[in-house]
Design a protein around this ligand. Sequence first.
Ligand code: ATP
Ligand code: MG
Length: 247
Amino acid sequence: MSDVPKTHPRYLSLSLRDTIVTGVEQGITSVHGLIAHGRGEAFDYLIGEATQPFAIEAIHAAAAMLRLAEHPVISVNGNVAALVPEGLIELGKLLNAPLEVNIFHTETGREQRIQEYLLKHGALDVLMPTTDAQLSYIDSNRKFVHPEGIFKADVVFVPLEDGDRCEALRKMDKAVVTVDLNPMSRTAKQASITIVDNVVRALPLLCEEIQSFSDPTAQETLKKYNNEAVLQEALRHISRSGNGNQR
Ligand code: ATP
Ligand code: MG
């Protein structure tokens, strides 16, 4: 990483910034992804840059939902490909679920570069958007999906998602599990399960939870889960941190 010493109090945050910048330089992450990352950083600061109990609760429900899914699919954009390629691949293997590239800004060749990057990191198969299958309720490029992937999915894992697409997936009766540091984003509010945490912390925990998942009452866990209450708890936590209780 650049010349930030490991002892710097913001070392981890700054090293993630470097990872995203490298993603842009490699043509994997869009330059717009830097702005999304910055927004995430601000919320991460507010939640204390640590996985909080409301995220743990959502991770447990997400593990149940993904375990019970018949056809789960993992949607990959340029930010998550740069930040957590191994985590996405591991999740795919644990669930026997395909990864599918789906991005908003389609600079020439970026989708292919993301696909190659994931394959290089050990992904077995990475689905690409096609014109054969399209999502309804959405006009952007993100409506193009793979017929055997997102189009067919009953549960879609879409970390760092844009609100429009989350809404379209929900209207198509698909369950959505997202990771989003902003509990107020449209995605956070519309998803079935929102893990309010940094994807670099949440994904390894989700994989661990799925691996050791042994909840005989998974259906019950899901029935009892209340995403709105989890988001409210995240907001309460943020407002408490504003009162100086956190750092
Ligand atoms: P929405 O469209 O859902 O209202 P938005 O327009 O504010 O959200 P987008 O750029 O569409 O933001 O989506 C990116 C989201 O990802 C933001 O809510 C941002 O806080 C979040 N985010 C960015 N980096 C991370 C990260 N590393 N981990 C988790 N969430 C992140
Ligand atoms: Mg958005």
